[in-house]
Write a protein that binds this ligand. Structure first.
Ligand code: SAH
Length: 394
């Protein structure tokens, strides 16, 4: 196939020479003639080769550069090499009986932006972030099928918002049971591979859940906000928490959280599951003067409910202030955000300012970023999106 030749504007040459993998609209002068999935070579104005990649429009870019070697082609052999490399890096996780769900291929972190692959107890879930990325679908599926003997394969098209949601995500092999039980550091979780964009567990919080269970939970009362399927509550209960309260606005969270407790044989009498808006619930709890030994904050980057609108980049401080109303000296705040557009230093400053506003002090106990299977591309730090602060209230 003829490759499209694109010329980078002079002011962008340096960033591409340094290895930046995202092709931006501005870098090539806002062209409108590029087609999804099309291969391109990027050149400097003087004709120097800068990289080769594919066109695929997703939120911040219009394509991904995949190689900086002029003689390297983007073909089945290239994809196979990237995939095999990614798999060999996860040897420990693939062999583990304690952990059977993790990320196998992390987009640009594993050398191919726009495509993620997660492993769930023998099944593979591919996520495509653009129509262009989706054009490599069959090659990824073929290589996985030939080399990994998958129990089954699923795919999520994260680029299409035409909600043809009746359509199944199942691709090949056997269909997974629903729920599919998986293990993470010995904990049990129920996942659903064919139930919309999310599977029931956020695999990037694995290290935080383990630390909560092993180091912090024993003997504590735990409040888990934006609790989704109650994964943090489960970890806390298994770590010996005396009680957990899970709060999420979605109705589904009640049944899904109860399911995780059952699966782990957790005593239901000490667990409370509330379907409520976190912000209005905080006001009710503060008026009751309720306090908790551990508070987990893990909101989405953006959220709107009937009552409230939340944007992590602006409103996280307010959330921390609300939480501090329910915390006494000695208690632990676990503040998490997955907002890629919020730099670590700014997030930390927001949280610190909230402590100041409430006239409280803290000791930083631990900080987390992405776990080892969520490989980050050193030339694309934006991919390092997870920020978790564990702060002891003094
Ligand atoms: N902490 C969870 C993941 C959170 S996903 C985990 O570790 O598994 C974000 C969740 O926030 C969703 O379940 C969504 O229903 C919930 N949510 C969004 N806005 C909310 C609000 N204002 N009040 C309560 N829950 C909210």
């Amino acid at each position: 196939m003829e490759e499209r030749r694109l010329t980078a504007l002079p002011e962008t040459v340096e960033q591409y020479q340094a290895g930046f993998p995202l092709l931006t609209e501005e870098a090539v002068g806002n062209r409108t003639d590029l087609e999804e999935g099309e291969l391109f070579t990027l050149e400097a104005p003087d004709g120097d080769f800068l990289g080769r990649g594919y066109i695929g429009k997703q939120n911040k870019g219009i394509g991904w550069i995949l190689t900086k070697k002029e003689n390297e082609q983007i073909d089945e052999q290239f994809i196979s090499k990237k995939l095999m490399m990614a798999i060999s890096r996860r040897g420990n996780l693939l062999a583990s009986e304690e952990t059977t769900a993790f990320r196998v291929f992390n987009g640009e972190g594993d050398g191919f932006g726009g495509i993620l692959i997660d492993y769930y107890a023998g099944y593979y879930v591919l996520q495509f972030y653009s129509l262009g990325a989706y054009s490599f679908r069959q090659q990824f599926i073929d290589i996985l099928t030939q080399t990994m003997d998958p129990a089954g394969i699923y795919e999520k098209k994260r680029f299409s918002d035409d909600q043809e949601k009746q359509q199944s995500d199942f691709v090949s092999g056997n269909e997974a049971p629903a729920p599919l039980p998986i293990k993470e550091n010995g904990m049990n979780f129920a996942v659903y591979l064919d139930d919309g964009a999310m599977t029931g567990i956020f695999l990037d919080q694995r290290d935080v859940r383990k630390t909560l269970r092993d180091e912090w939970a024993a003997g504590s009362t735990v409040l888990n906000t934006f609790s989704y399927t109650g994964a943090f509550s489960t970890a806390a209960a298994l770590g010996g928490a005396v009680s957990t309260v899970s709060v999420d606005a979605a109705n589904r969270s009640r049944e899904k959280t109860a399911e995780q407790f059952r699966l782990n044989e957790i005593d239901m009498d000490s667990q409370t599951i509330l379907v409520d808006d976190v912000f209005s619930w905080f006001r009710k709890a503060a008026s009751r003067q309720q306090t908790y030994d551990i508070v987990v904050l893990d909101p989405p980057s953006f959220a709107r409910t009937k009552q409230t609108m939340f944007r992590a980049a602006k409103d996280y401080g307010r959330l921390v202030e609300d939480a501090l109303e329910l915390m006494e000296p000695g208690s632990l705040l676990i503040a998490s955000t997955n907002h890629a557009g919020l730099p670590r230093w700014r997030f930390r400053r927001q949280v610190e300012q909230a402590f100041k506003a409430k006239d409280r002090r803290f000791r930083m106990e631990k900080q987390f970023s992405l776990p080892e299977d969520f490989l980050v591309n050193a030339d694309y730090p934006e991919g390092d999106y997870l920020k978790v602060l564990a702060m002891r209230v003094l």
